[in-house]
Every structure is written in structure tokens, then in C-alpha cells.
Design a protein around this ligand. Sequence first.
Ligand SMILES: Cc1cc2nc3c(=O)[nH]c(=O)nc-3n(C[C@H](O)[C@H](O)[C@H](O)COP(=O)(O)OP(=O)(O)OC[C@H]3O[C@@H](n4cnc5c(N)ncnc54)[C@H](O)[C@@H]3O)c2cc1C
Length: 269
Amino acid sequence: MRQETRETLAPDRPDNMVLGATISWKSKVMPAEVSFPRCEWAIQFNDESCEKVISGSNWWESGFRYDQVNDAEYIRDYLFRAIYGNWAFLKNDSKFRKEYANRELDMMTYIAGKRESRRLVGDVFFVQQDIEKEYVKYDDAVVIGTYSIDQHFPTPKNTFFFPGEEFISTMKHYFNDLGTPRRYLRDDQVPPPYRIPYRCLYSVNVDNLFMAGRNISVSHIALSSTRVQNTTGMMGEVVAVAAALCKKYNCLPREVYTKHLNELLDSLK
Ligand SMILES: Cc1cc2nc3c(=O)[nH]c(=O)nc-3n(C[C@H](O)[C@H](O)[C@H](O)COP(=O)(O)OP(=O)(O)OC[C@H]3O[C@@H](n4cnc5c(N)ncnc54)[C@H](O)[C@@H]3O)c2cc1C
């Protein structure tokens, strides 16, 4: 929350909202009509609440208010119920059903892709302010981030019809309006490249624990930028090099910072 981290993008009051998980799906056109059963167990739609689409990707996202670890199966199953229910409605009962007559549900991922789950605390807790200030001079800067702060929220339409149980998202890049895609942003509307310190990549209280990826020591707001693959991939390389130094000197991750930082930085050149 804002009082705690001083992040202008953080909520005034703690809300436990996280980036959601996604199941992607697509349909294909068949030479003849294809039937699809009505699904009583799925979410039920009408012509106003349905999504008139032929595929779904990043924006079929759910579990914003759930525990992404302990509720993972619920979130995945809820997305199944949304996708099957929407498709069943489009095929059988919607006013557009003729457009869908020859379409068949072709593919659906069966593991939900997570964006945010556990974040562990390290010796440095990386926040929005670290991203905004160009090239913060951490002496142990090891990873460069270039992605904007890309928060995801349920679409207003989806919240209207399914309050608290949304499954369609839109993005909010940095300070821009909800729903502005990154490709429409000018360079001066996204944060400059920034540097993540090594001290975000090991635990503050578990002596021998490294982190790399979504789980590093960042706030929810900062994770909205650090979570992408080019950035998390660099973290993996840094942790691998640091682990080799731990083995070489029989030391713990923190001691790589306190005793062998120059060697770590040299090894990454
Ligand atoms: C739908 C979607 C679209 C995205 N689009 C983009 C994009 O366009 N560009 C981009 O850069 N990033 C994108 N991201 C973000 C990016 O893919 C993730 O943030 C990134 O892959 C996270 O990497 P990670 O290694 O931290 O976690 P993960 O990739 O989730 O890897 C964690 C691994 O640990 C495994 N695991 C979990 N528990 C255990 C266990 N107990 N034992 C052993 N293994 C375990 C999991 O199976 C998994 O393979 C997207 C994410 C999603 C969900």
C-alpha cells in the first residue's frame, strides 16, 4: 500500500490484488457446421455479458483477488468455466450464433500461466521509485529492466457483469489510461531503463536461498515491470554466476555481495 512503500501507483489501502493468471484458447473454421453442447456447469452468459471473440490470449486473465498459489486450481477451473460457457453461449444461444456455426473450439492451454505469485524479501526491496529514477546507482546493479510498469485490471465491462469474479483484463501502462496498449505510448510515456541490484536476488532471512524470476524482492508495482522474460532471464544468469562463486569460496549468497562483489560484476562483463 502507498503509505508503506511511498509508491504513487500503489493503492491507498491494502487490497491484495495481483496480476492474474491466463488460459489461452483459439477456434478454427471447419468445412461444415459444428455443434457444441450447452454447459450447465460453466458460467452462464447473455448477449450483453458475453465476449464476441474467436480466440483468447493474454487478456483472458483471472484470480486478481485470489491466492495464486493456494487457489491455482480454482483459478484455472474458473477460466475453463468462463471460456466453455462463453463458447457454448456464442454457439447455441447468442444473436451471433450463425457467425459461429462452422467454428470449432480448437485449442486451450490446460495450465494457467501465472504472472504474480510469491514474492520473497531480499536485502533490498525494489519499488516503483527505483524504476522511475533513471539509472539508480546501486553498486551491485546486475540486471537491466526496460519494460514499462504494466499493471493489469479487470475490464470495467467484466466487473459490471461479474464483480469480484472477473476473467477479462486490460492493462494500465505506467501513468496512462486503463487500456492504452504499449504500442500507442510515446517514449516519454514509459520509464527509462533501470537497474536491479544483486541484493534483490537472495533472501533476507533464509541464508542459502537465491531468487530469480517473478519471485524476487520487488513490490507488486515494481513486479509489473520486472516480470518479463528478458529481465527475468538476466536474473537467472546472475544467480548462476553468484552460485558458482558461493561454491568457489564456500560462502553464502549475501557474502558474494559483502566479499566478492567485484568478482561477480567482472564475471558478468
Ligand atoms: C499469459 C502470459 C503472457 C505473458 N507474456 C509475456 C510476454 O509477451 N513477454 C514477456 O517477456 N513476458 C511475458 N509474460 C511474463 C513471463 O512469461 C513470466 O513472468 C516469466 O516467464 C516468469 O518466469 P519465472 O521463471 O519467474 O516463472 P515461471 O516461468 O512460472 O517458471 C517457474 C517454473 O517453476 C516450476 N515449478 C513450480 N513449482 C515447482 C516445484 N515445486 N518444483 C519444481 N518446479 C516447480 C513451474 O512448473 C515453472 O516451470 C507473460 C506471462 C503470462 C502468464
